[in-house]
Design a protein around this ligand. Sequence first.
Ligand SMILES: Cc1cc2nc3c(=O)[nH]c(=O)nc-3n(C[C@H](O)[C@H](O)[C@H](O)COP(=O)(O)O)c2cc1C
Length: 190
Amino acid sequence: MNPLYIPVILGSVRRGRQSPRVARFLAERLRRTGRVETEILDLAEYDFPIMEERLHQRDDPPPGLREFASRLARADGIVIVAPEYNNGYPGVLKNALDYFHPEYKRKPVGIATVSSGAFGGLNCLAQLRLVMFNLGAAPIPAAFPVPRVQDNFDEEGNPREPMFEKWAEDFLNELLWFTEAFTARKRPDR
Ligand SMILES: Cc1cc2nc3c(=O)[nH]c(=O)nc-3n(C[C@H](O)[C@H](O)[C@H](O)COP(=O)(O)O)c2cc1C
């Protein structure tokens, strides 16, 4: 059976950012399932300009946009790693999300939020779920909120507390359940 393709969108471009630790961790745990092809789609590398119009409405897309779109379109499911800024998600992430629409349709989306504080970015999580609904995606009920990221993960993406392994396993199992279910409906011959 073909592996599922579940890319991880890294929604932080801040200098000295911590969110890559969580993106690396989740991408590695997805790989370890043996059922998933994944990669990190790093918005810092794409560096999209401010959105003037959505991709499907323009014939002069900025560099990298079509390539990013083809990865989203191919995705069976998506993980988003978003840091919490002022109770919301970063503008750079909203900018990137707004470029696309059909690419997200009926895609299960697992949201991981990152914070240096105690609550793991729960306000960011709630807001991002609303955004994903409007894009036609299916944000899953499970989430992966990471509090005190600077203490709880090292730079390579290794958790310093064993509980994150169990939480990630539960989160990713849920995402895989929804992704398998949606994919079976869309690609029964997979
Ligand atoms: C502009 C800004 C606003 C922030 N607002 C919040 C907040 O509302 N709640 C919170 O828990 N942490 C907040 N933080 C702390 C971030 O969660 C923390 O810096 C975390 O590391 C962000 O991920 P990043 O390192 O990938 O940028 C804020 C940080 C920045 C830079």
